[in-house]
Design a protein around this ligand. Structure first.
Ligand code: PLP
Length: 409
């Protein structure tokens, strides 16, 4: 059974061209770019070429690019640097829907004596800009806001937020891990001071990321060690992954139009198909201010995990908003912050597409999903509650007009 991979916000397939470019750096050119000898030292030039390609993707200068190990490291390094360079300031303003790379760090910082303001979001996942403005004080060291949400794909108006932040002379950090390669970004015309990306979200391998630091912004390294990355990030350079990310950045520039046209078209067909065929489900997130590849749909009265397991039987990979931590199923903090009702919170599924997604794959999901949802609703513990709410089960049966599993092959 071939896999239908619709979990590209979790990670992506390494592009063949990326792999091809990387391979010689694992076997032939395996030296250390910090070495004095030519065999290793010559690799420093290849790293600089990759840096130029990443800079081009972001509309940045190559010296503003620091290679890291992942998005989480970039977020930690940016936030810690902003705090260390302004030791008198103790407030951080962020949102209630950040990825754990920022959110959990902020929780830790509270224990370290910082005051964190978590801006609430509305039902579509957006913050109120007036509330943002009112939250900024002379004690605010940093505003940290993600560009696009990993669960719903909702895109924050980064430059409008940045204008408000800059009016107060405050540092601005953007976690753009989900946005880079999917929507165009241009740091040369931006208010952003720190921006973070992660290679494995844009068809480069895992284990490589980037922290963009605007020229002139003060910085303190998170990893103290050797002089790599101009003293801003110690640790032997991951040459093959850096080369791979350079190639992935080049490809992302070529493919970004495809993301916002073809990928979006497939995403919209999937979304509209599910919403029209299945009763009692709704879109989570903003209908238009959203990543072109992401749709998050809440299916009332059933568990997201049960849907995922059923999809898995058909080789379909998607994701639910719940995090199965410490043995208990905690509904996603993102969907909770959006105020979703209990009946939807547990039954939300994220489908995230890529340029590899085909039309036939979308057809297959549309073919199997209605029957999966209907079957799970029939055995749902919320069945009675649902029956009372709208008699949906009746409607579902009438619409299908045939046995549940019959339709699923
Ligand atoms: N920020 C966002 C919005 C993400 O979606 C992710 C990963 O899913 C990260 C940060 C962390 O990136 P990494 O997995 O490279 O540490």
């Amino acid at each position: 059974m071939s896999v239908i991979y619709l979990d590209n916000n979790a990670t992506t397939r390494v592009d063949e061209a990326v792999l091809e470019e990387m391979l010689p750096y694992l076997t032939e050119y395996y030296g250390n770019p910090s070495s004095m000898h030519t065999f290793g030292g010559q690799l420093a030039r290849n790293i600089e070429q990759a840096r130029e390609k990443v800079a081009a993707l972001l509309g940045a200068q190559p010296t503003e690019i620091i290679f890291t190990s992942c998005g989480t490291e970039g977020d930690n390094a940016a936030i810690r640097a902003a705090l260390r360079t302004q030791p008198d300031k103790k407030n951080i303003v962020t949102t209630a829907v950040e990825h754990p790379a920022v959110y959990t760090l902020c929780k830790r910082l509270e224990k370290e004596g910082y005051r964190v303001t978590y801006l609430p979001v509305n039902g579509k996942g957006l913050i109120d800009l007036k509330e943002l403005k009112a939250s900024l004080t002379d004690d605010t060291a940093l505003v940290s806001v993600m560009c696009a949400n990993n669960e719903t794909g909702t895109i924050f108006p980064i430059e409008r937020i940045g204008q408000i932040v800059k009016e107060r002379g405050i540092l601005f950090h953007v976690d753009a891990v989900q946005a880079v390669g999917k929507v165009p970004l241009n740091m040369s015309e931006s208010t952003v001071d720190f921006l973070v990306l992660s290679g494995h979200k844009l068809h480069a391998p895992k284990g490589i990321g980037v922290l963009y630091v605007r020229k002139g912004v003060r910085f303190r390294p998170l990893l103290i060690g050797g002089h790599q990355e101009r003293g801003r990030r110690g640790g032997t350079s991951n040459v093959p992954a850096i080369i791979g990310l350079g190639k992935a950045a080049e490809l992302a520039i070529q493919h970004v139009t495809e993301e916002v046209t073809q990928v979006k078209e497939l995403r919209d067909r999937l979304e509209q198909g599910l919403l029209s065929q299945i009763p009692d489900c709704q879109l989570n997130g903003h209908p238009s201010m959203r990543l072109p590849n992401t749709t998050n749909i809440g299916f009332k009265y059933i568990e997201g995990e049960a849907i995922l397991l059923s999809l898995d039987r058909f080789g379909i990979c998607a994701s639910s908003g719940s995090a199965c931590t410490s043995g208990s199923l905690e509904p996603s903090h993102v969907l909770r912050a959006m105020g979703l009702p209990y009946t939807l919170l547990h039954g939300s599924i994220r489908f995230s597409l890529s340029r590899y997604t085909t039309s036939a794959e979308i057809d297959r999901v549309l073919e199997v999903m209605p029957a999966i949802v209907e079957r799970l609703r029939m055995i749902s513990p919320f069945k009675n509650e649902a029956d009372e709410e709208h008699g949906w089960l009746q409607t579902a049966r009438e619409q299908q007009g045939r046995g549940v599993m019959e339709t699923v092959k």
